[in-house]
Design a binder for this molecule. Structure first.
Ligand code: IMP
Length: 214
């Protein structure tokens, strides 16, 4: 059975990926590898960061002594929010948006990131608050001379005037997907997993995996 190491400690991302890819695969996460190196996400693009995470972890796993699951691949997700009125920010800085101007390391709490986003958009009227989530998945097999495959997805929408809903994570309480009146945090997991940037990228990954089956 194909096994993916999902290269994140974000339990929400893991849950979404497992729910969308389903029972056909086996999943490990970074929690199964406490010694895994922390990858510095300093690339200028989602594709660059996703590739960096997948390749560095696949190299670390390949060099590690001991048995390894057959057919193990690293699946890394890099994702974020782009807001048109902010010229694409927070973009690759989505996870640490609240601290990005202070040169501080590490992610910042979702509530702080959302508060900063609302503050920057305070004067921007509803019809000019277009935004999208983007996701790039990088898949790198663990082994000799691995080739990394990339799959991307986007979900168009807008940023609301105040947070709404308890579900999801990150900017979900502020993001209203196109064609809906509720935020991702209000729509719930099942609806989000049909519409989201991650769902679209995972759909492309699934289609590609279908072409690889022997
Ligand atoms: P990453 O873990 O470095 O890819 O950072 C992703 C960041 O983008 C998260 O911490 C969230 O702030 C934001 N983000 C990505 N995907 C989503 C989503 O599906 N909903 C809400 N926020 C998201």
């Amino acid at each position: 059975m194909k096994t993916f190491l999902i290269a994140t400690r974000n339990a929400h991302k893991v849950g979404e990926i497992r729910a969308i890819l389903g029972g056909e695969f086996q999943f490990l996460t970074l929690n199964d590898f406490p010694g895994a190196p922390a990858v510095v996400e300093d690339a200028a693009t989602f594709a660059g960061n996703a590739t960096k995470k997948a390749v560095e972890l696949a190299q670390w796993l390949a060099a590690r002594p001991g048995p390894r699951a057959a057919g193990l691949s690293v699946l890394a997700d890099d994702s974020g929010l782009e807001v048109d009125a902010l010229q694409g920010a927070p973009g690759v800085h989505s996870a640490r948006f609240a601290a990005v101007d202070h040169l501080k390391d590490g992610n910042t709490p979702d509530a702080d990131n959302n508060a900063k986003l609302l503050r920057l958009l305070r004067e921007v009227p509803a019809e000019q608050r277009a935004a999208r989530f983007r996701c790039v998945l990088a898949l790198t097999p663990v082994g000799a001379a691995p080739v990394t495959e990339l799959f991307d997805g986007a979900c168009e929408g807008r940023i609301d005037l105040a947070p709404r809903g308890q579900g999801g994570f990150g900017y979900d309480p502020l993001f209203i997907p196109h064609g809906f009146a509720q935020s991702f945090a209000e729509l719930g997991e099942a609806t989000k997993n049909q519409l989201s940037h991650r769902a679209k990228a995972l759909g492309k990954l699934q289609a590609w995996l279908g072409t690889q089956a022997t």
